[in-house]
Design a protein. Sequence first.
Length: 367
Amino acid sequence: MSLIENLTPEQEALIPVYREKWRAIALSTERIDKEKAAEAVKAAYVAIDFGYEEPEIFFQDSPYAACNWMLKRLSPEFLENYLNEPNSLGSFFSAHFFQELSSILNQQFGIQVRKQLRNFFYLYNATDNPLNHEIFNDLNERFSTQLNDQIEDNSWWIEIQLNECFQPENYSNLMSGFDFCSSVLNIVHPQQEWKVFQSLIQECGWLFAYDDICIICDRPFHLRFDNENRLHAEGKPAIEFTDGYSLYSYHGVTLPEKYGKIHPQQWQATWLLTEENAELQRVLIQGIGYARICQELQAIELDTWQEYTLLKIDADVDEEPIYLLKMTRPSTGFIHALRVPPNMKSAREAIGWVNWGVDPEAFGVQT
């Protein structure tokens, strides 16, 4: 068997095609086919060949519904067992199939192409999964109080379940790599393992898989992103499931419902006076805009120069005083405001700072 030493330019050009293909599959918002999802899970239990019997399968509309179902329907003994000795098979699915596939694939690559493929496909970072962080933190917070009433020393229970559940969107990079190797490079690989792993990604939402039961979650029916593929929506959920479980996000920052359900054009500058979370303050400032903040929080005028005004907001809005350079366009009356460092002493100095140190007298015509 001859090793593949380099990718051709034509082969490299296909890499983003396969990445986008599997990202679309992993982040699909189509309803799962319950029969196909159940078949995929049963095949996975058989394929890992550790003597597991066919699990009893339950379907839930969202990861929230799955966790709620476990806490309401399963005995305290079950919950304690999976707290002290976690037996979730979700993470084991990926470890088993990935090792089987990658061990054979790597035998057919030279050093250079192995590095190329690793850079393109295999360097997985948790931030690549746009759903995990938001859902993980939200469910952890939602169930902490409920767990106190059910499990003694419960602090890690929900975190363990979420860490070990099988999340298809975690594996879009790996799947695109396997698919590229098979379809473009014609690499021979374990067909059965590839088929099983592929079915899990294509047919299922999140899986909570244990020795004798498996909970299959449906996919979100809405996922909304900005142009940088960060979760984002204005006045509506960025992640939305059919049972109503929803999460709000603004350019990748998770928002509480009280902000997320309201369009940024209707956010109020006075919220900045009571919001203690620095990241949420930043998002509110970004969404409201300095021009409206100036108006609603009655900024103090410090200095003017032509159509420019240096303003200060005394309200306790940010970690340091907010100084703004307000610019009013004479022809239209349009007001624009930019934040400047708090050591600015005059509007003219602030204009110079905005323009990379160029004194405004050097400008031809002010606009």
